[in-house]
Design a protein around this ligand. Structure first.
Ligand code: DAV
Length: 371
C-alpha cells in the first residue's frame, strides 16, 4: 500500500529509500551537562567545553532552533511529513538508586536515542548518565504513533544501571593524548566496559536484513549482542573504525547513500577483514570528501566530519550541509541530487543532518542486500 499523509504508519528498513515521515529535533533547553565518565571521554582534550556546564546560551539555542525549523520546512515543502518532539526540562538532575548527575543533555539529536527497524521504534539504552531520560522528549510522539498505527511496536531496551563499573577508569584522566587513544581504539579498549548491554541508536546502520553496528565508546559488545537477540530475523554485524580516537556514533564515519554505495571517512577506514560482506556483493566503499572546515564550531562535541552526516531523501537525492562544498561536489559526481541545508550553527547541539532526524517512514520493504 502506498504511503498517505493522512494515515500514520511507522516503517523504515534502511537509510536510503524514499523518506515520507521524519522527526526533527529541537534545541530547546539544551544543556552542556556536568562532568561524567562517558561524556568526558568524548569531549576532545583541547575543547572549549572542558570544565564548564549549564544551560547553553539562549542566542545559540534560538539560532539552532531557527535552522532546525527551516530544515523541517524544507522537508515539508518536499512533501515529507515532519514531527517535532516536546522538550522536557533538562535542568532537572537525573537520580536513580545507582547514580546522580546535576543536569541532562537535550532534545537533540533524536537519531542517538531512537532506532527505527521496520515497524518498530526502539529506545536505546544510552551510555551517558545525563541522557538516561532523553527518551521522554519523544514519548508524546511515540504515544501518538502507538495510538494511530495498530502495527507500530514501541520498544525500550533495558535501562542500564550506569554505575562506575560501566566505565574504564583509564579513560578518566584529563590528558590521554591521541596516540594513546588510537592505540586503545585499535585494541578495542573503550571507555565503556562490558558490565551490561549499552548502545546508542546512532551506532546502528540499517541495510534491510542486515544491521551494521559500531563497537566504540557508546556501544559495547553486550549492547550489540542484545540487539542480535532482539532482532532475531536480522543479521547483526560488528564493525570498528580504528582511525578514530573518539569513536562514538557511526554516522560521521560510514554513510550508505543507496544500494551498492557507501561513503567512508578516509581517516576511519573500515578494516580489510570487515569488508567481506560488502565486497562479495559488489558494494563500493568510497572515501568521503574532505570537510570544508578545519575546526568544529564553538561548544561542539562532534568532529569536522559532520560534513558526511547527510540525510538521504531517496536513492538519488541527499541533504548536505550548505557550507560543506566539497561533500556536495562529491555527491554530484556520484550522481546524487544535492539539497543544501544550512545547519552548521546547530552542530553544537549534537550533530548534523542525519543526527538531528529520526526515521518514521520510508518506502520499501526489508530486502536482503547481502545474500
Ligand atoms: O565525528 O565526532 C559525530 C557523530 C554524531 N552522531 C564525530 C562523530
Amino acid at each position: 500500500m502506498a504511503w498517505s499523509p493522512d494515515k500514520t504508519e511507522v516503517k523504515s528498513w534502511n537509510e536510503w529509500d524514499t523518506l515520507r515521515h521524519v522527526i526533527v529535533g529541537r534545541a530547546d533547553d539544551c544543556h552542556i551537562p556536568p562532568e561524567e565518565p562517558a561524556l568526558d571521554a568524548k569531549v576532545p582534550e583541547d575543547s572549549d567545553m572542558r570544565g564548564q556546564w549549564g544551560r547553553r546560551p539562549q542566542e545559540t539555542i534560538d539560532r539552532a532552533n531557527e535552522l532546525l525549523d527551516n530544515f523541517a520546512d524544507q522537508l515539508r515543502k518536499r512533501s515529507v511529513r515532519v514531527d517535532r518532539p516536546v522538550s522536557i526540562d533538562h535542568s532537572q538532575p537525573v537520580a536513580t538508586p545507582d547514580f546522580h548527575t546535576d543536569s541532562q543533555f537535550g532534545c537533540m539529536p533524536p537519531r542517538d536515542v531512537l532506532l527505527t527497524v521496520g515497524h518498530e521504534m526502539l529506545e536505546a539504552t544510552m551510555s551517558y548518565r545525563c541522557r538516561w531520560f532523553e527518551y521522554l522528549n519523544y514519548r508524546p510522539l511515540l504515544k501518538q504513533y502507538w495510538e494511530e498505527d495498530p502495527n507500530f511496536r514501541h520498544e525500550a531496551a533495558p535501562k542500564p544501571r550506569l554505575t562506575d563499573a560501566d566505565y574504564n577508569p583509564d579513560y578518566l584522566s584529563e590528558k590521554i593524548g591521541d596516540a594513546q587513544r588510537l592505540e586503545w581504539a585499535a585494541e578495542k579498549f573503550f571507555v565503556t566496559t562490558e558490565e551490561e548491554p549499552l548502545f546508542d541508536a546512532a551506532d546502528v546502520l540499517r541495510f534491510g536484513k542486515d544491521l551494521v553496528v559500531q563497537h566504540g565508546f557508546t556501544t559495547n559488545l553486550k549492547g550489540i549482542e542484545w540487539l542480535r537477540r532482539h532482532f532475531p530475523d536480522h543479521r547483526v554485524h560488528t564493525v570498528n573504525f580504528p582511525g578514530d580516537p573518539y569513536p562514538i556514533h557511526i554516522d560521521a564515519t560510514f554513510t550508505p547513500l543507496r544500494p551498492g554505495l557507501i561513503l567512508n571517512n578516509p581517516q576511519r577506514r573500515l578494516p580489510e577483514e570487515q569488508r567481506g560482506m560488502f565486497e562479495k556483493n559488489g558494494w563500493e566503499i568510497v572515501d568521503a570528501a574532505q570537510p570544508a572546515h578545519n575546526t568544529p564550531p564553538p561548544l561542539c562535541y562532534s568532529s569536522t566530519w559532520l560534513s558526511m552526516n547527510v540525510l538521504v531523501l531517496d536513492p538519488k537525492t541527499v541533504c548536505v550541509e550548505k557550507s560543506e562544498v566539497y561533500q556536495a561536489e562529491q555527491m554530484d559526481e556520484l550522481g546524487m541530487e544535492v539539497v543544501e541545508v544550512e545547519l552548521r550553527d546547530a552542530y553544537a547541539f549534537g550533530g548534523g543532518l542525519h543526527c538531528c532526524t529520526a526515521d518514521v517512514y520510508r518506502d520499501g520493504d526489508c530486502e536482503d542486500y547481502f545474500p
